[in-house]
Design a protein around this ligand. Structure first.
Ligand SMILES: C[S@@+](CC[C@H](N)C(=O)[O-])C[C@H]1O[C@@H](n2cnc3c(N)ncnc32)[C@H](O)[C@@H]1O
Ligand code: SF4
Length: 327
């Protein structure tokens, strides 16, 4: 266990077609959402397991009121390393300096297209200019590195791979391309719509030659490539066609305190019940250690085997939506 992803809310101001396209959904009730105090306690408890990275996500984390206060609390935990945030960027322009003042440095902003009309079609409720303003506000506030996440979907935005790379290179950001995945059940995923890591790499390499650097650490989802001209790096996450289950050290905490050991899990373990039952830190640690030791997840490995033999049907697998478990 090295990498803890904390979802601070399942609410979102966008409705991305590839993630949560529905207007209505079974939202987590407010009283079920972990307080900042509870999240801080979990983070402290997990330190003892060797957690090296903590990422705040959602839903859209910036819709959670006063998120910067949570970051400030987490930053005060001695020994807690490397806090980062994944956001859609819509509210980032307003919050960038407060987040930076609270100690946030590493940020990933999702941006799948640089075309305004396409952005509206993809996110249904988003506005490209707001996100661009957010990205540049984060830069001005001093955040670094700023990574830009793009899910590449065939026939939707795959003609913009080089535009996105150019945008990132020109402005000192790092592009991270993500293979379109069958997370949850709300999107209309099919393998044909996934532009593979290999295809993305070939397109980038033909225009901006790169050399493979490898994974930032053994269990990182992205494989990094540096531009031969020295203008930075890109990362590509190939969880469909190059699954990395065997090196996965990620654990997710949902906004209502469920521990989820795989992005494609059907259910989680109710940590909130323990947190709110008066259980001691030791009891909770023992419980979590048991969950981790019993973990056998290798969904993406199996999916790739089945996809290659034609035996995989995404809708046969009931999974928690990404907006709920935290991307
Ligand atoms: C679930 S979002 C949560 C954080 C924030 N709302 C955002 O969009 O950045 C985290 C990441 O998951 C990615 N994502 C969502 N659905 C996906 C899918 N079907 N395949 C691949 N990546 C996906 C998003 O693009 C985003 O970069
Ligand atoms: S959680 Fe992120 S990816 Fe999902 S709908 Fe919201 S903005 Fe889009």
């Amino acid at each position: 266990m090295r990498d803890l992803r904390i979802s601070v809310t399942d609410r979102c101001n966008f409705r991305c077609t590839y993630c949560m396209p529905f207007d209505e959904y079974q939202w987590i009730q407010r009283k079920e959402v972990l307080s900042f105090e509870e999240i801080e306690r979990v983070a402290r408890l997990f330190l003892g397991f060797g957690i090296e990275k903590v990422r705040l996500t959602g839903g859209e984390p910036l819709v959670r009121k006063d998120l910067h206060r949570l970051i400030a609390r987490l930053k005060r935990i001695e020994g807690l390393p490397d806090i980062s945030l994944t956001t859609n960027g819509a509210l980032l322009a307003d919050q960038a300096s407060a987040l930076h003042n609270a100690g946030l440095r590493r940020i990933n902003v999702s941006i799948d297209t640089l075309r305004g009309d396409r952005f509206v079609a993809l996110t249904k409720r988003g506005n490209l200019d707001d996100v661009l303003a957010g990205i540049f506000a984060a830069k001005k506030a001093g955040m670094s590195p700023i990574k830009l996440n793009a899910v590449v979907i065939r026939g939707t935005n795959d003609d913009e791979i080089l535009d996105l790379v150019e945008f990132a290179r020109n402005n000192g950001f790092e592009m991270r391309f993500i293979e379109y995945m069958d997370v949850g059940n709300a999107n209309a995923w099919s393998l044909e719509k996934t532009v593979t890591k290999r295809e993305i790499l070939d397109i980038v390499h033909a225009r901006f030659p790169v050399r493979e650097v490898g994974r930032a650490h053994g269990s990182a989802p992205a494989v990094d490539y540096e531009f031969l001209d020295g203008a930075g790096e890109i990362g590509i996450i190939g969880s469909i066609t190059e699954p990395f289950c065997s090196s996965c050290t990620r654990l997710r905490l949902t906004a209502d305190g469920k521990l989820v050991t795989c992005l494609f899990a059907e259910s989680g373990f109710d940590l909130k019940a323990l947190l709110r039952s008066g259980a001691s830190d030791d009891d909770i640690r023992t419980h979590v250690a048991g969950i981790w030791a019993a973990r056998t997840d290798r969904f993406s490995d199996l999916r790739w085997e089945q996809l290659r033999s034609g035996a995989y049907a995404a809708r046969d697998h009931k999974k928690i939506e990404m907006i709920t478990l935290g991307g």
